[in-house]
Design a protein. Structure first.
Length: 87
């Protein structure tokens, strides 16, 4: 009989935790979560910067270049006036 805990009195029930419940594992999980979220934030910021730069360029194109890429001036203005966070 195991005297360290009382789980030996329950036959057929497994009381081992699904995840390790130590503060080391909790801290490691938190670090991994922070790294993933930080990486996601960096990707989002890069996307926003690219979108903003592209819209500034689009706003500066003349009618000849807009016609070359198949856009009207109204379409270019509408796209270039969108905020950087909108797709």
């Amino acid at each position: 009989m195991n005297r360290d805990n009382c789980t030996d009195t329950f036959n057929g029930i497994d009381f081992t935790p699904a995840l390790p419940l130590t503060w080391h594992s909790w801290l490691d999980d938190g670090k991994q979560l922070m790294v993933r979220e930080l990486a996601r934030a960096v990707v989002t910021l890069k996307t926003w910067m690219t979108r903003s730069r592209s819209r500034r360029h689009l706003a500066g194109l003349d009618a000849y270049l807009l016609d070359d890429i198949g856009l009207t001036k109204a379409q270019a203005v509408r796209e270039s006036e969108k905020p950087f966070w909108q797709d």
